[in-house]
Design a protein around this ligand. Structure first.
Ligand code: CAA
Length: 281
C-alpha cells in the first residue's frame, strides 16, 4: 500500500507537530480540529517552526511548498482520501472512541487508523471501529519535529501488515521506531518517565530535595536534556496526571504525592499556561 495522504485529528501540542513532521516528509496532510482558533494557531506554529528549519539550512524545500501540501479543516471531509490517520486528541477514552468512529465512517477501507495515545490501551480504542486489525498505536514525543523516537504499539487485533507499514512510515518520517510486543501500560518510555516523576515528587514532599536541586541532578548526573520538573512542565502537568491515573488504574503501583495534581487544580499546567513548577514568559 502506498501512503500519500495523512490526516491528523487534534491540532494541539502533539497534533500540530505530527502534522508538521508528515508535511516535512513529503506527504499530503490534513489537520482536523473542532475550532478554527485551534487550527489557525496550529498553522502559525507550523509556519514558525518550518521557517526556523529553513533559515538554519536544515531543510531545502521552501516553506510555502511545505505548507502548500497541508489543508486545515473543522470537518472530517478532508479525511475522505486519507491513507493513514493519526489521532492526537486529549487522553480520554470516550473522546478517542468518537474520533475513531468518525474516521472509520469516512475514510476508505484501506486506511490505517493510528492513535498517539501515551497510555490508553489500543485495543479499547480499536473496539470503536469495524476495522480493528487496522488500528495501531503510533506514539510521538514532544516536540515531534525534534524527538526521534516513535513507539509503534500493535494491539491484540492489529495485523502484522499494518504494524510493518507503520514502522516503515515512521522511518519515512525520519524517526526511529521502537516496536512493542504488546500494549503494556505506559508502553516503554512513559512507564519509566512516570516512575521518575513519582520518585522526584516523593523526594520533594519528604523534604529531601528541592525542585531546583532535583532538576539540577537530572541534568548534570542523569544527563537528561531538561530537569524532571522542567520536563513535566514542558509536557503539560494535566497530561502527566492523566497518564499517571491511567497507569495506576492499569496496575502500576501508586505513590502518595500530590504535587502535580495540586498544580493542575490551581490551573498551573506548565509551559502552555505560562506557569507550572517554573514560570514562562
Ligand atoms: N521547531 C523547530 N526547531 C526547534 C523546535 C521546533 N518546534 N523546538 C526546538 N527546536 C530547535 C531549536 O531551534 C534549537 O536548534 P539549534 O540547536 O539549531 O539552535 C534546538 O532545537 C534546541 O532547542 P532550544 O535551543 O530551544 O532549547 P534546548 O537546547 O533546551 O532544546 C528541547 C529543547 C529539544 C525540547 C530539549 O530540551 C529536549 O530534548 N528536551 C527533552 C524533551 C523530551 O524528553 N520530550 C519527551 C517528553 S515525553 C512525551 O512527549 C511523551 C508523552 O507521552 C508524555
Amino acid at each position: 500500500m502506498m501512503i500519500k495522504k495523512i490526516v491528523v485529528v487534534g491540532a494541539g501540542t502533539m497534533g500540530h507537530g505530527i502534522a508538521e513532521v508528515a508535511a516535512l516528509s513529503g506527504f499530503k496532510v490534513g489537520l482536523i480540529d473542532i475550532s478554527w482558533d485551534f487550527l489557525n494557531r496550529a498553522k502559525d506554529r507550523i509556519t514558525e517552526s518550518v521557517t526556523r528549519l529553513y533559515e538554519k539550512g536544515q531543510i531545502k524545500e521552501k516553506v510555502e511548498d511545505i505548507l502548500g501540501r497541508m489543508e486545515f479543516n473543522t470537518s472530517y471531509d478532508i479525511a475522505k482520501d486519507a491513507d493513514f490517520a493519526i489521532e492526537a486528541v486529549p487522553e480520554n477514552l470516550e473522546l478517542k472512541k468518537n474520533v475513531f468512529k468518525s474516521l472509520d465512517d469516512i475514510t476508505p477501507s484501506h486506511t490505517i487508523l493510528a492513535t498517539n495515545t501515551s497510555s490508553i490501551p489500543i485495543s479499547d480504542i480499536a473496539e470503536a471501529t469495524k476495522r480493528k486489525d487496522k488500528v495501531i498505536g503510533m506514539h510521538f514525543f514532544n516536540p515531534p519535529v525534534i524527538m526521534k523516537l516513535v513507539e509503534v504499539i500493535p494491539s491484540k487485533y492489529t495485523s502484522d501488515e499494518v504494524t510493518n507499514l507503520t514502522i516503515e512510515l515512521a522511518k519515512k518520517m525520519n524517526k526511529i521506531p521502537v516496536k512493542l510486543k504488546y500494549e503494556i501500560p505506559g508502553f516503554v518510555s512513559n512507564r519509566i518517565f512516570i516512575r521518575l516523576l513519582q520518585e522526584a515528587c516523593r523526594e520533594v514532599e519528604n523534604g529531601e530535595g528541592s525542585i531546583e536541586e532535583i532538576d539540577s541532578a537530572a541534568r548534570n548526573k542523569l544527563k537528561l536534556p531538561m530537569g524532571l520538573f522542567e520536563l513535566a512542565d514542558y509536557v503539560g502537568l494535566d497530561v502527566i496526571v492523566d497518564i499517571w491515573d491511567v497507569l495506576v488504574t492499569r496496575g502500576t503501583p501508586d505513590v502518595k504525592c500530590s504535587l502535580y495534581k495540586n498544580k493542575v487544580l490551581e490551573k498551573s499546567l506548565g509551559v502552555k499556561s505560562g506557569k507550572g513548577f517554573y514560570t514562562y514568559p
